[in-house]
Design a protein around this ligand. Structure first.
Ligand code: BG6
Length: 459
């Protein structure tokens, strides 16, 4: 079977981006507005209008990816380039753009890994209630049907939703929403159903590829050996990680999370048909984004959450509260660095779900400096990647099946909430937060390091 063959393959060394963070051209060639185009960004950070201007420079970028030796490239399709209002008439220029991108990747010998939805819901759907409206499930199905029809022969690896867990856990907090927990978990449920229906549709269409989710997965440690902390870590892991994978892999609601949702008065309405859809739309593989582990302790006080983002500061009264791990160093943006936790996380996911794993994000955000002779010395990023790949290799040697490793990010792009100054790329983009300069591309030291690693297999 084609599917088994695809999932049996050896690891592909790749890199990642997402449409709204890299493409720019926010209103070019008929593209509609997404929630990212119209949201207010934190003061002092850029918006996403130009980003890395990849839309207009993708040929040059793919030539660089080829020189780098990438075997796979994980990117996302902007829903609003394909369907400007989320539904209705397709935008032919947008469809043609991704054909050109895919053809260029094929010519470069790079396998595309395509995320269908990466944080950029069409604004028109959002104005009609977004994921709280069941019509968005239908819109998502129609959008995906169009993508499978158009690109089904060119794409072997599909990813449904990027970091649904982060959209649910931190999205409303980061973007100043005033939703109740009940509303948030109803939206989350609709995303589960949408993902399952699209997965089932893909399977029924007998396309020559595989499909899976792409949550942000990170093992949480108990802060101490106190039994209360152990239980807190278990609840936290269920709430942040397993809830999303249990739904994608088995089509089931995690029982510990149901307990939490009952306490929060946030149990969503689930129809009988939703349950059937979820059971019938189970994924072929698991893609995951890993940045760092978290540590939690029991939470009996009033603190519900610190000032957090996707990698720190989550708390839920009566269940858990994240704390700093004194054994770990942090990046200059305050994220802990835990390569061994990567191995732990991979083992945990492999033993829980027994499916091949694809790493779709892993990397270090930093304030890179461009020297006068146009070089970027980023030993901190090389060190991060080296230590994580080392752990990945150890996990593989010990039996974890990993089909791709795609660090974040192939090229500099705009961070989700820290603008352009938090860079992740192997390739530098010459622009600042607000000064667009010439947007030229420069190879960072990490580019040469990863290039050598891919060519020789040596760390
Ligand atoms: C993941 C997202 O949460 O982390 C990416 O899928 C994001 O879109 C990445 O850019 C790094 O986070 P940040 O906030 O530093 O950009």
């Amino acid at each position: 079977m084609i599917k088994n063959k695809i999932l049996d393959q050896d690891i592909m060394w790749g890199a990642s981006t997402s449409a709204y963070q890299v493409e720019g051209a926010y209103n070019q060639d008929g593209k509609g507005m997404s929630v990212q185009d119209i949201r207010s960004v934190p003061e002092g950070t850029t918006d996403f209008k130009v980003a890395a201007d990849h839309y207009n420079r993708f040929e040059e970028d793919i030539a660089l990816f080829k020189e780098l030796g990438l075997q796979s490239y994980r990117f996302s399709i902007a829903w609003t380039r394909i369907l400007p209002d989320g539904v209705g008439e397709p935008n032919l220029a947008g469809i043609a753009f991704y054909h050109r991108l895919l053809d260029q990747l094929a010519a470069a010998g790079i396998a595309p890994i395509v995320t269908v939805f990466h944080f950029d819901l069409p604004a028109a759907l959002s104005q009609n209630g977004g994921w709280s409206n069941r019509q968005t499930i239908v819109a998502f199905e129609q959008y995906c049907a169009l993508l499978f029809r158009e690109y089904g022969e060119k794409v072997k690896y599909w990813l449904t939703i990027n970091e649904q867990n982060m959209m649910t856990l931190v999205g409303p907090k980061l973007y100043g929403g005033k939703k109740t927990m009940k509303e948030i978990y109803q939206e989350n449920h609709h995303m589960f159903v949408a993902q399952a229906r699209v997965t089932r549709m893909y399977h029924q269409g007998n396309f020559p590829g595989v499909i899976g989710p792409a949550p942000n997965i990170a093992q949480a440690y108990p802060a101490s050996a106190e039994p209360e902390d152990q239980l807190a870590a278990q609840y936290f892991n269920a709430f942040r990680n397993w809830f999303y994978l249990d739904a994608a892999v088995y089509g089931l609601y995690n029982h510990q999370v149901m307990t939490i949702l009952e306490k929060l008065d946030a149990v969503p309405e689930i129809t009988e048909q939703d349950r059937v859809d979820m059971r019938e739309g189970c994924c072929d593989y698991i893609a995951l984004n890993y940045y760092n582990t978290m540590s939690v302790e029991a939470n009996s006080d009033e603190v519900t959450a610190e000032d957090g983002d996707q990698q720190r500061g989550l708390g839920l009264k009566e269940f858990f509260k994240s704390v700093k791990n004194p054994f770990l160093e942090t990046t200059e943006f305050g994220w802990e660095i835990d390569p061994l936790g990567f191995k732990t996380t991979l083992h945990e996911v492999a033993s829980r779900y027994h499916l091949p794993i694809m790493v779709t994000e892993n990397g270090l955000g930093a304030k890179d400096e461009l020297t006068e002779d146009f070089r970027i010395h980023d030993p901190y990023r090389i060190d991060y990647l080296k230590r994580h790949i080392d752990m990945l290799q150890q996990a593989r040697d010990e039996g974890v099946k990993v089909i791709a490793y795609c660090p974040w990010s192939a090229i500099d792009l705009v961070s989700t909430h820290e603008g352009m100054r938090k860079r992740y790329g192997l390739i530098y983009v010459h622009r600042d937060e607000f000064d667009l300069k010439d947007l030229n591309r420069y190879r960072k030291d990490s580019f040469y390091w990863y290039q050598r690693f891919i060519a020789t297999g040596k760390l």
